[in-house]
Design a protein around this ligand. Structure first.
Ligand SMILES: [Zn+2]
Length: 79
């Protein structure tokens, strides 16, 4: 798996609502900072600018999860 760098586009998984009105969704996110290496050197902890259809927000300390947990990032290919 390639290592993300500043400016790369990854997926951020939005949290669904507790009642299930909204499911988790993949959102486009631009890497704004590589915070530090996580346990997996190819899956560092990132800061992201997350692009939602209705707005943009900034997030720090986002960890990688291939399981697509809410609040994590992954490569769009699913890697
Ligand atoms: Zn995705």
């Amino acid at each position: 798996m390639k290592k993300p760098t500043v400016g790369a586009t990854v997926h951020y998984v939005s949290y669904g609502t507790p009642g299930g009105e909204y499911a988790k969704q993949c959102r486009a996110a631009i890497v704004t900072e590589v915070r530090h290496d996580g346990p997996d050197l190819h899956a560092p902890v990132l800061s992201l600018a997350v692009l939602n259809p209705t707005g943009m927000f900034f997030n720090q300390d986002v960890t990688c999860s291939k399981a697509h947990d809410g609040g994590t990032w992954h490569w769009p290919e699913g890697g």
